[in-house]
Design a protein around this ligand. Structure first.
Ligand code: IPM
Ligand code: MN
Length: 347
């Protein structure tokens, strides 16, 4: 029987509750489809940091390299460990080390979920650059603590990095409704963003079947609210994509529905799947975290592993549950109730 080695990193806060729920659903889907998921759980988190002084062991990345995929809950507990330490000690190094340059985030309304907008239906696939740009980590501070203190943080855009994410976006558009929106701010940022626009125009010649439109980030934010149904694939830099995908989460009803896949398209290292919502320390022990974002991310993992039928079964089960009104309103159902409804729909 085909078996996949999955690294589980529940992480912090609601991370463990949503990963437990996801694992129940995925293993059931796997046995129904005739393959196995072999999970190994790692306790890397802010707890781990408090015990050991690091978010993961020094050889953590090398340990993860041996897995077929990584399923991650959430990282961060800012009251205990500064976010700049926890995220740069676990989540961000994984994205970079495994060249997971395409962060894919689907935004659409599930059946039964009411979003805040007039639009009744939309289906946006945000593709966020995930390894460089504004998150490059290049910078420093001088004259610390004095009136002359200076902080610089330089965005890094490489031809290789921009080309590969745009090409990925064009390929996705080709598989969907043939529309690509490339997001920059080239009216204000005249080096990196003009560079991005030029590469978009150059690649467009290779994809005559894809309709390309260029938007500035501010205009795209407005469009996602006013006319989300007009969008198909949206490609943006690391920070712009980060911001737009919280907006995407909001229009799809909230962060409880926002799934993501950090993909290494070349498949020379594992990809990582995680809900967008984060650790939510304020509700961590209430048992009311919505597991749908994590389970949907798990469905994306099955799809990436080549198990499209099982992935579709999981998505179908999520939609059956929400169609019955389970998990459609914040706090109305417990994590366990939503999970049970999805498991039941998987039969
Ligand atoms: C996300 C998160 C992370 C990001 C944070 C936690 C560093 O907001 O995955 O969207 O900015 O990438
Ligand atoms: Mn974010």
């Amino acid at each position: 029987m085909t078996s996949y080695k999955i690294a589980l990193i529940p992480g912090d806060g609601i991370g463990s509750a949503v990963i437990d729920a996801t694992w129940e659903v995925l293993t059931k889907a796997a046995s129904g489809a005739g393959f196995a998921l072999d999970g190994t759980s790692f306790p890397w988190s802010c707890d781990f940091y408090e015990e050991t002084g690091a978010m993961m062991p020094a050889d953590g990345i090398e340990t993860l390299r041996g897995f077929d995929a990584i399923l991650l809950g959430a990282v961060g507990w800012p009251k205990r460990v500064p976010d700049s330490v926890s995220l740069h000690g676990l989540l961000l190094p994984i994205r970079k080390a495994f060249v997971q340059y395409a962060n894919i985030r689907p935004h659409r309304l599930l059946p039964g979920v009411e979003g805040p907008l007039r639009a009744g239906a939309f289906d946006i696939l945000c593709i966020r650059e995930n390894t460089e740009g504004e998150y490059a980590g290049a910078g420093g501070r001088v004259h610390n603590g004095t009136a002359d203190e200076v902080a610089v943080e330089t965005s890094i855009f490489t031809r290789k990095g921009v080309e590969r994410i745009l090409r990925f976006g064009f390929e996705q558009a080709r598989k969907r409704r043939g529309k690509l929106a490339s997001v920059t701010k080239s009216n204000a940022q005249k080096y990196s963003m003009v560079f991005w626009d030029e590469i978009t125009a150059k690649l467009a010649a290779d994809y005559p079947d894809v309709e390309v439109a260029n938007y500035h980030i501010d205009a795209m934010a407005a469009r996602m609210v006013m006319a989300p149904e007009s969008l198909d694939v949206v490609v943006a830099s690391n920070l712009f994509g980060d911001i737009l995908t919280d907006l995407g989460a909001a229009i799809q009803g909230g962060l409880g529905y926002a799934a993501s896949a950090n993909i290494n398209p070349e498949r020379d290292a594992p990809s990582m799947f995680e809900p967008v919502h984060g650790s939510a320390p304020d509700i961590a022990h209430l048992g009311i975290a919505n597991p749908i974002a994590a389970i949907w991310s798990g469905a994306m993992m099955l799809e990436h592993l080549g198990q499209a039928q099982a992935a579709a079964a999981v998505m179908g089960a999520i939609e059956t549950a929400t169609g019955r009104g389970i998990g459609t309103k914040p706090g109305e159902h417990k994590t366990t109730e939503i999970t049970a409804a999805i498991l039941a729909a998987l039969n």
